[in-house]
Design a protein around this ligand. Structure first.
Ligand SMILES: [Zn+2]
Length: 420
């Protein structure tokens, strides 16, 4: 009944925590099309965010469909069940057509010895000197190494296979885009590890269209990349080479591409990403999410009056409950508490002082990444305000939407996909 879901070359994940910005986000994709590049929107919202806010995936579907209809978008678009597992997948089954199978929890759990040995026997090509075209030096491996990698990842891949087969049973083969994510783990994967993982995924017959490895450096929520950009570029290109090779060698889908999680606001690596995908004629999926919620707060603050009051209240409450709010995001934020202004100070701020501290403009000396990160995890405060928050969004709809679209297009889509 539905057609094969194939993710096009360039796509951007967008998060819409309160289901009010889908149109403003889609407007950024329309701007991209006008500038000459198709960037397909994928609305993503994880189980964690739905649970914190108290929303259902079906609401995200309704908001996305309404935006598409209202703006007359005729290209594909998707709804991503982001970071789901067997335990959490149920409510995403009906509304979603993109599933990010999160296997981070299984990584490192020892695989069954007979599975490891079977994998080794099936893949003599991974032993010895492993040459990947477009990577200068061959990788040297031995049975101990491959066994170690298989032991670390095989249980996770088998687990992804279970979720994938459930999805096929419930949604029908080809009716959704499968992604495997392993970004929320401790160590980045090397290209040869990625190759071994892709071989295991192919063995498990999961036709993934995107894979999210963990990259080198820190990908904190809502702020710039922290790490060695040269090293990132090198590893990103090697990952592209590895994927290109694995598609041919293991028969994975032709459109298989990298997915960059926590991809918003990583301004210092966008040029590397752009240049690499052009060089390799590859695709890329970049997930953003919370950056849109921050633009809601920026828009409200910019509006002044009641909007600014709501923005200050969100900060005051976030400050009071910082520990609780930061906890689920502990590994992906880096807040310097000494740099957080007290709520009393913020209470006296003008619209401009508030937006200068919050907006991700590194050339503004008043920009405060700690302030920004605390508000990033502070959406639970707005969720608790309930209707009061939503009414403020609606009352200041235009100014909020302008910030959402500008942020997504100017600061994200343009540098990543247009390279300028
Ligand atoms: Zn992720």
């Amino acid at each position: 009944m539905s057609k094969q879901r194939v993710l096009p070359r360039f796509s951007v994940g967008v998060g819409d925590r309160f289901a009010h910005q889908a149109k403003a986000q889609l407007a950024a994709c329309i701007q991209a099309a006008e500038a000459g590049v198709d960037v397909i929107p994928v609305w993503n919202k994880s189980n964690r965010e739905h649970t914190i806010i108290g929303t259902e995936p079906s609401q995200t579907r309704a908001a996305a469909d309404a935006a598409v209809k209202s703006l007359g978008w005729e290209k594909p678009y998707f709804l991503d069940a982001d970071h789901i597992s067997l335990k959490t997948v149920e409510r995403f089954l009906e509304p979603c057509d993109f599933f990010t199978l999160d296997v981070a929890e299984e990584i490192g759990k020892p695989a069954r010895p007979e599975d490891v040995e079977a994998f080794l026997a099936a893949h003599p090509e991974l032993l010895g000197s492993v040459s990947i075209p477009r990577i200068a030096e061959p990788f040297k491996t031995d049975a101990v190494f491959v066994r170690g990698v298989a032991n670390k990842f095989l249980a996770a891949v088998k687990d992804a296979g279970k979720i994938y087969r459930l999805l096929v049973e419930r949604k029908g083969e080809g009716n959704f885009v499968p992604e495997i994510s392993m970004d929320e783990t401790d160590l980045p994967q090397t290209p040869v590890e990625l190759l071994i993982i892709l071989a295991a995924i192919a063995d498990e017959r999961i036709p993934i269209q995107t894979i999210a490895p963990k990259f080198t450096g820190r990908f904190n929520k809502g702020v710039d990349y922290v790490g060695d950009v040269t090293q990132f570029s090198k590893e990103f290109e090697e990952d592209l080479a590895t994927i290109e090779f694995a598609i041919k060698r293991y028969g994975l889908p032709e459109n298989l591409k990298l997915s960059v999680h926590s991809g918003s606001d990583k301004f210092s690596i966008y040029k590397s990403i752009h240049d690499a995908v052009i060089k390799f004629n590859a695709g890329v999926h970049v997930k953003t999410a919370g950056t849109t919620w921050l633009e809601e707060i920026i828009g409200l603050a910019e509006a002044g009056g009641g909007g600014l009051e709501i923005a200050k209240e969100v900060y005051r409450e976030a400050y009071a409950h910082a520990e609780e709010l930061c906890k689920p995001y502990a590994t992906v934020i880096d807040i310097d508490h000494a740099r957080l202004p007290s709520p009393e100070v913020v209470q006296a701020w003008t619209s401009e002082q508030f937006t200068s501290a919050l907006r991700h403009d590194q050339s503004n000396p008043a920009y405060n990444p700690s302030f920004r990160q605390l508000l990033h995890v502070g959406f639970k405060v707005a969720a608790k305000m309930g209707d009061r928050y939503l009414r403020a969004l609606e009352a200041n709809h235009e100014i909020v939407a302008r910030n959402v679209t500008t942020n997504l297009y100017e600061r994200h889509i343009r540098p990543i996909f247009l390279g300028k």
